[in-house]
Design a protein around this ligand. Structure first.
Ligand code: GLC
Length: 691
């Protein structure tokens, strides 16, 4: 059951799509402190109760024992003590004797003390005196999550090719750079479906322009890449360069579509192109305007986009820089002592503390002026909504790839997300693993992190382990920043091992695609902590480094350097699947309990759940080229099982359309029946005993 309560009146976020009447009396624990101008939620919880949710955040799947702050932040160097990341996902569940989910719908800042100050108390502070509160009760965690997901609407489903492996790097500066990457992938036989264009494809970082020197004849180039079966995915940044003669800027000024500055004029900040103005995405007409600009690239043959810097992120606000520079000048020709040096640094460092600038940035909401700090957390969401809504209008018959760095719940209907700038650290691989279920709870299914890490130099073994995990994440993109070690998979000595690992991804695409669509349509999680399915099992409840991926698979990734195996806990009998490539598979029957499993760098190990099935196909260079008329099927001996497979042309809308679902039945005798022409080969007889 979902109950809705209201304090004050929020600025509409449109996170919730279902009409729910408001209860009259506030629930226990909630209140408002007018003096402090905050709403508060306070609750004592049991010693071993768990807290789940909060989407994109650091630390464990169980969020207990730390403080978090929903205040979208460009935070590339996030660590264990980070409180804010790129997104604001205000949904959490308290899992104790009674289980309840909470969604705090407010576009402003929310601070969570999850048993940090007091070990048995949750205290949440919501800035301002307005919030919509949704409380969701249910017998199980999955039931609560499903109810929540139903009120926020179905998750975005990308085109099928976007489940393929994709390569990115900030630094592909010309067509020849891109061609070279594609050539190396194709020559090395490493499957590849997408290649990302970072800001260098634009003319001096101006949205919806092309750098005519390095990316001349762009439509032809897109066509050339299509022949290679590679989709180009350009970046779009939130800020619009301030430049006379730049059509987007001039039109924005003419129509008065940019956020204002409380000190006069438009809010002006420095991002990649220098001074920019930020479109006021909270206004519908501005969303329509900016969204319609994607047509420029669609018409050139582009069918995927990533929206960036939309927290919004900026390096300085113009007035602040203007005030700081003369101060810094005073230090010139001075023999700076320590204190003076740090004073000077302080002058510069305070420029990037964006939130102090938010009160100056003004939006227009329902005809009223609202300062940015009150609506900060929905800015990136509204940018991606602008794109999503217009892409659907511009290409009504085709799903377009779209994902964003910043998000709020509600954005999951328009696009996916990546986990922002991370680092080539083993701890960030583990964070990637633990974040997936939390994102899924909040509706974000098409998600993943920069594989290999964005900042810092990756090692070959970290890349191998990250790929081994990335095989299972819907967004599988390798991305890195300039100046770091080159990390395209062909750059490493074990190039052939990487190739083989990627083929495993491709052999699982029919499964991953079916599970993604199922979870989107049924409002379920694709990545689940194993305890969510075995809630009576205390061991399972505390395991955070093994996850279910869809209904049939359990993964147990390796995320530590120099470890060639690990303990895995099986909450039920399972079949261990060991794959070196799409063609090299060994399978073993295993009993419930703890096992030490060897996992060398060139092998991906995962598990088939009791009574379930997994379809496999032979890998190909691209998703489009997969032969899905021939499949192998792995199941359980002497057991009947069923699997629902989803098949479509890879881009049409309305995945709930009947006729796209194929029921595969495997009978105890090994015969396979399906309402399709797919030819199945049963793999079950090859399963060996594990010793
Ligand atoms: C931001 C993005 C990153 C991108 C860079 C340059 O840091 O998060 O992915 O490469 O900007 O555009």
């Amino acid at each position: 059951m979902v109950l809705k309560y209201r304090i004050g009146k929020i600025i509409q976020t449109d996170a919730v799509v279902k009409e729910i009447p408001c209860e009259k009396k506030l629930p226990e624990g909630f209140g408002a402190d007018e003096k402090k101008n905050i709403c508060i939620f306070q609750k004592r919880i049991g010693e071993y109760d768990k807290i789940y949710g909060l989407g994109e955040n650091v630390r464990g799947i169980n969020k207990r024992g730390w403080k978090y702050k929903s205040e979208c932040l460009d935070n590339p160097n996030h660590r264990e003590d980070t409180v804010s990341m790129y997104c604001a996902h205000n949904f959490f569940i308290i899992d104790g004797n009674v289980k309840s989910g909470y969604f705090l719908d407010t576009p402003g800042v929310v601070s969570y003390d999850m048993c940090y100050e007091k070990s048995d108390e949750i205290r949440v502070e919501i800035e301002g005196l307005n919030v919509d509160i949704y409380i969701i009760d249910g017998d199980s965690l999955t039931e609560i999550i499903k109810q929540f997901r139903e009120i926020i609407g179905k998750s975005y489903i990308p085109p099928k090719w976007a489940l393929g492996y994709q390569q990115s790097r900030w630094g592909y500066a010309s067509k020849n750079d891109v061609r070279e990457v594609v050539r190396q992938y194709r020559e090395g036989g490493i499957p590849l479906d997408g290649l990302y264009l970072d800001i260098d494809y634009m003319e001096r970082y101006k949205d919806f322009t092309i750098n005519e020197e390095s990316f001349s004849n762009f439509p032809e180039f897109v066509e050339e890449m299509k022949k290679e079966k590679v989709h180009l995915v350009p970046i779009i940044d939130a800020g619009v360069k301030v430049e006379e003669g730049y059509a987007l800027y001039e039109e924005g000024v003419e129509k008065d579509y940019f956020c204002k500055d409380s000190e006069g004029g438009y809010f002006t900040a420095g991002v990649w192109p220098g001074y920019v103005h930020f479109p006021d995405f909270l206004r519908e007409e501005v969303r329509e305007w900016f969204g319609s600009k994607y047509q420029f690239l669609l018409d050139m043959g582009i069918d995927g986009f990533w929206n960036d810097m939309n927290e919004p992120a900026f390096f300085y606000r113009k007035q602040r820089l203007d005030a700081a520079l003369p101060k810094v000048q005073q230090y010139i020709e001075k023999n700076l002592d320590g204190a003076e040096f740090f004073e000077m640094l302080g002058e510069l460092n305070q420029l990037t503390v964006n939130h102090t600038d938010y009160p100056y940035m003004l939006h227009c909401v329902e005809g009223k002026v609202v300062s940015h700090d009150k609506v900060h957390n929905i800015y990136g969401y509204m940018m991606t909504r602008a794109a999503g809504e217009m892409l659907e209008k511009l290409r009504p018959d085709k799903r377009i790839l779209l994902f964003s760095r910043s998000s709020y719940i509600g954005m999951h209907r328009y696009g996916g997300m990546w986990q922002g700038d991370n680092l080539s650290w083993w701890s960030h691989l583990l964070m990637n693993i633990k974040m997936m279920p939390s994102l899924n709870m909040c509706g974000f299914l098409y998600a993943g992190a920069d594989l290999g890490g964005f900042g810092a130099d990756v090692t070959e073994d970290l890349m191998l382990r990250w790929i081994a995990f990335g095989i299972f994440t819907p967004l599988m993109r390798n991305h890195a920043t300039q100046g770091t070690r080159l990390q395209e998979l062909y750059q490493f000595s074990k190039k052939d091992v990487f190739r083989k690992l990627i083929t495993i991804r491709y052999s699982l695409i029919p499964y991953l695609y079916s599970e993604l669509v199922k979870c989107a349509e049924n409002c379920e999680m694709m990545f689940q902590p194993i305890g969510f399915q075995f809630d009576e099992d205390k061991r399972a409840a505390e395991i955070e480094d093994q996850l279910f991926v869809g209904e049939s698979i359990m993964i147990a990734p390796v995320y530590q350097q120099n470890m060639y195996g690990r303990y895995v806990y099986l909450p039920e009998d399972m079949i261990m699947i060991r794959m070196k490539s799409s063609e090299e598979i060994r399978t073993y029957r295993m009993e419930k309990g703890d096992h030490y499993i060897e996992i060398p760098l060139d092998e991906v190990v995962f598990f088939l759940r009791k009574g379930k099935l997994i379809p496999f196909v032979r890998s190909a260079d691209t998703v489009e080229e997969l032969d899905e008329t021939n499949m192998k099927l792995l199941g359980w001996e002497n057991e009947a099982a069923e699997y629902e497979l989803y098949q479509d042309d890879g881009f049409t809308m309305h995945c709930d359309t009947e006729g796209r679902w194929i029921t595969i039945c495997r009978n105890p005798d090994g015969s396979i029946i399906s309402d399709s022409d797919i030819c199945f080969q049963d793999m079950t007889k090859e399963v060996m005993d594990y010793e």
